[in-house]
Design a protein around this ligand. Structure first.
Ligand SMILES: [Fe+2]
Length: 146
């Protein structure tokens, strides 16, 4: 549906407990410069990239997701499976970015335990195709401004 090939599972209470905690929300506010609350319409998603050629095509997040926190839970070495962001091309269409995918691309490989915070509605992003042996498991949780 989104041109992606990744296995996903809806998150449950364990992730909700973390993202509702005072410590987490205070830290998120310090890092981002404003206060956020977990999007009440979703509980978050676990994403499993573990087979060669799995990927997530270029997209921007939907309006429900004002701010996303992506946390890497497991990362096994191998080619691909990296986050590719286009932070300098927020005004361009996805089609334009697809025509010159190297320009402005920022490649990020999170280690287990690291998180990336971003406005995924503005910043186009994708996950590059996995090579053999590469495994990447992450949690994604959306927030909205308080
Ligand atoms: Fe996304």
């Amino acid at each position: 549906m989104y041109g992606r090939w990744v296995e996903t599972v809806a998150a449950g209470e364990a992730l909700s407990r973390v993202v509702r905690s005072r410590g987490f929300l205070d830290r998120l506010a310090r890092l981002s410069g404003r206060r956020w609350v977990p999007d009440p319409k979703g509980k978050g998603t676990y994403l499993y990239y573990r087979r060669p050629a799995q990927s997530f095509r270029l997209h921007r997040d939907g309006d429900h997701c004002e701010f996303v926190v992506l946390t890497c839970l497991l990362s096994r070495a191998g080619r691909g499976g990296d986050l590719i962001l286009y932070p300098g091309r927020n005004r361009e269409s996805l089609a334009a970015i697809r025509r010159s995918p190297r320009r402005g691309a920022v490649r990020i490989r999170l280690k287990a335990g690291e998180s990336l915070l971003m406005d995924g509605r503005a910043i186009a992003h994708r996950v590059s195709r996995l090579g053999p042996g590469r495994v990447r498991v992450s949690a994604a949780r959306c927030f909205r401004a308080r």
